[in-house]
Design a protein around this ligand. Structure first.
Ligand code: C5J
Length: 219
C-alpha cells in the first residue's frame, strides 16, 4: 500500500496492483490550434502548458506498473453518436464534424482527434473513444477496469471542469477511489480548474482527492 501524504483533504492510500492512471482527452483537437477547443473560441496554449507534466506522470505510471488508460472525445464519421443538441450548442466557429485544419473536428480517426505525440499511448495501454464528456458513458471502460480488479483511479487531462470532472464523478458513483493530479489537469478558464479542484475535495472528499505530481511521486 502506498500513501500520498500531501493529498487533500487527507492522505490518499492506494495499491499499485489495483490502480489505473486515466489520462483524459489529451488530443490535438483540444490542445493544438485548429481543433475543437480553438473553434469554441479558446486559447489552447493554456492546455498545451501541462503536456510536459502529464508526460512525467505517464512515465511514472509506466515505471510503477499501473494500468494506463487514455481517452479521446470522438464521434463516428456519420455522427450517429453525436446528439444534435451537442453539435448545435456553444458559439462555435466550426461545429463537430466540420472540416478543419486537422481534418473533421472531433471525428474518430481524423488527425486532430489523435492524442498529442508527446503522450502517445504505448503498446498494451487502453484507449477509450468516448462520445460523451464522461468516459463511462457508452464505452467499455467499466468492463476493462473490472476485468483487471481496478479499485483506484488517478486522473489527469483536460478539461478539468468538463471531461475530467464528469468522468471523476461517474467513477465516484461507481465506487472507485479517485485522485486528481492538480498540475496535470487544465482548463481554458483557469478559475474553473481551481473551482473544480476545490469542489472535488470539499466535504470530506465528496468526489475524491487532489494532490500535486510531486506529492504523488513522493509516495
Ligand atoms: C470539452 C473535454 N471541454 N475533453 N471536452 O468539451 O473536456
Amino acid at each position: 500500500m502506498q500513501t500520498v501524504s500531501g493529498a487533500q483533504p487527507f492522505p490518499f492510500h492506494f495499491d499499485s496492483r489495483h490502480t489505473a492512471l486515466v489520462v483524459i482527452d489529451m488530443q490535438r483537437d483540444f490542445i493544438e490550434p485548429g481543433g475543437f477547443g480553438e473553434a469554441l473560441g479558446n486559447d489552447v496554449s493554456l492546455l498545451a502548458a501541462i503536456v510536459p507534466t502529464v508526460a512525467v506522470l505517464l512515465e511514472h505510471a509506466r515505471a510503477e506498473g499501473w494500468l494506463v488508460v487514455h481517452t479521446r472525445e470522438s464521434h463516428a464519421a456519420d455522427l450517429s453518436d453525436c446528439p444534435p443538441a451537442k453539435r448545435a450548442r456553444g458559439k462555435p466557429l466550426a461545429r463537430i464534424g466540420d472540416q478543419g485544419p486537422m481534418g473533421r473536428i472531433l471525428v474518430r480517426g481524423e488527425p486532430g482527434n489523435a492524442i498529442v505525440d508527446a503522450l502517445a499511448p504505448a503498446a498494451g495501454e487502453i484507449v477509450i473513444d468516448k462520445p460523451g464528456k464522461g468516459a463511462f458513458y457508452a464505452t467499455r471502460l467499466a468492463e476493462e477496469l473490472a476485468l483487471r480488479s481496478i479499485t483506484h483511479l488517478i486522473f489527469a487531462g483536460v478539461t478539468t471542469e468538463v471531461c475530467v470532472q464528469t468522468t471523476m464523478r461517474e467513477a465516484n458513483d461507481r465506487g472507485y477511489e479517485c485522485l486528481l493530479i492538480e498540475d496535470a489537469t487544465a482548463s481554458y478558464i483557469p478559475a474553473f480548474r481551481d473551482a473544480t479542484l476545490a469542489m472535488v475535495r470539499s466535504q470530506g472528499a465528496i468526489v475524491g482527492w487532489t494532490a500535486t505530481l510531486a506529492s504523488l511521486m513522493e509516495a
